[in-house]
Design a protein around this ligand. Structure first.
Ligand code: AMP
Ligand code: GLY
Length: 422
């Protein structure tokens, strides 16, 4: 089978790697991919926003299944478009992707279906937002209502910070956000919870704890994710049942009532407060770096999983998971998430000997014409290791990072601190 993957991050390299290990996959294309995917797939440098060009390429190369990694093409309606040409695509349609594309769409569903979430208000002009903030208790959370790669969220400790936040959002710092969302601050522990759905049934697809902040101790600016571990230390059968019953099922019901269904990965970003789940946000894709952390634990052939979703036969497949613990540390360019230098060569990659429980997934890398690998993005490489204990997974990764010894980068040394005793 010929498979195409859209995206260029660590998540997509992880998906490519698992698909490559399937005997059923004969050829892989990645749009546009990175230096890591170039080893196992054909990287195709075309503009993914140009759906027509992409569709023509898919038809010409007889690609039989397309997997969409990132949110933007999903929110822009790539699945609806490709399906019109009878192309099999793994991912949710445009209407369902609003779960990630518009925080207000999700909040309204929460309100109507009684899904536990932070109390909130929606403001379409700065005047009313300011009036409300002057009467509010702090801390308070302020969000832009559009895709902002996790950056359009402010946790404000006082009135001054909140005034700055609403000003920046309405001035267009995160693109064209017509509304701000002001919500209650939830004090708990976060968890990333994943399910996979074919529109009829769902299966759990693991849990993880992501470290979003750039500095050790979970401090500093928000990033795309500096590392993760799976499973989350919070998950129990009881909590899992609550999440499905109170959050996932009502959401899927809401989508059905809106006339659509959900095919793809659904990622619930949750805050767990006193063993009760609250929805912070939905993402309509796998997390990054959670995908790199969770996928190596999956023993079932990934292509069968994707196909069963596209054919609405997910209930006929049993997902088989390793019981091992998985940890991922992200190596970033110095300066990330602010300005960083590009085009810095990464040597020593071939000096690292990986065993069957270790992985290096590329993110912002590219291969020069002379076959040298250089960094071009903020998040550059993902080091993943599976082990009986988190502490050993981390030791393996630190050993690999030590061998790489890349002077252009930095990483957090405390990933997993809540599950690893010093
Ligand atoms: P989001 O992009 O909505 O996931 O928000 C980014 C991060 O902000 C989350 O991962 C949380 O750490 C934090 N956050 C968002 N909403 C809240 C909230 N209501 N209470 C506490 N923290 C929040
Ligand atoms: N790791 C957070 C995200 O993928 O949105």
């Amino acid at each position: 089978m010929i498979v195409g993957i859209i995206g260029s991050g660590g998540r997509e390299h992880a998906i490519c790697t698992m698909l490559k290990s399937s005997k059923k996959v004969s050829e892989l294309y990645c749009f546009p991919g990175n230096a890591g995917t170039s080893k196992i797939a054909k990287n195709i440098d075309l503009n993914v926003d140009d759906f027509e060009k992409l569709k023509n390429f898919i038809l010409e190369k007889k690609i039989e299944l397309v997997v969409v990694g990132p949110e933007k093409p999903l929110v822009d309606g790539i699945v609806d478009y490709l399906e019109k040409f009878k192309i099999k695509v793994f991912g949710p349609k445009k209407l369902a992707s609003q779960l990630e594309g518009s925080k207000i769409f999700t909040k309204k569903i929460c309100e109507k279906y009684n899904i536990p979430t932070a109390k909130f208000g929606i403001f379409d002009n700065i005047h009313n937002a300011v009036k409300f903030l002057k009467k509010s208790k702090y801390p308070i959370v302020i969000k832009a209502d559009n895709l902002a790669s996790g950056k359009g969220v402010y946790i404000c400790d006082n009135e001054e910070e909140s005034m700055n936040a609403v000003q920046e959002i309405f001035q267009g710092k995160f693109g064209d956000a017509k509304n701000v969302l002001i919500e209650e601050f939830l004090n708990g522990e976060e968890m990333s919870f994943f399910v996979i759905s074919d529109g009829i049934s769902i299966q759990n697809f693991g849990t993880a704890q992501d470290h979003k902040r750039v500095l050790e101790g979970d401090k500093g600016k928000n990033t795309g994710g500096m590392g993760a571990y799976s499973p989350s230390r919070l998950i129990t059968n009881e909590l899992e049942k609550k999440i499905i019953k109170k959050i996932i099922n009502p959401t899927l019901k809401a989508l059905k009532e809106l006339g659509t269904n959900y095919k793809g990965f659904l990622y619930a970003g949750l805050m767990i407060v006193d063993n009760e789940p609250y929805l912070i946000e939905y993402n309509v894709r796998m997390g990054d770096p959670e995908c790199q952390t969770i996928l190596p634990k999956l023993k079932t052939d990934l292509v069968d999983v994707f196909l069963s979703c596209c054919e609405q036969k997910l209930n006929q497949i049993k997902l088989d998971w390793s019981n091992k613990k998985s940890l991922c540390i992200v190596l970033c360019s110095k300066g990330y998430p602010d300005k960083y230098k590009k085009n810095i060569e990464i040597k020593n990659l071939d000096k690292i000997k990986l065993n069957s429980n270790d992985y290096i997934f590329h993110a912002g890398t590219f291969k020069n014409s002379d076959n040298k690998i250089s960094a071009m993005g903020g998040r550059v490489l993902n080091f993943v290791s599976l082990s009986e204990e988190f502490v050993n997974a981390k030791k393996n990764i630190l050993n690999h990072l030590n061998i790489l010894n890349w002077s252009g980068g930095f990483f957090r040394k405390d990933i997993g601190y809540k599950v690893i005793d010093k």
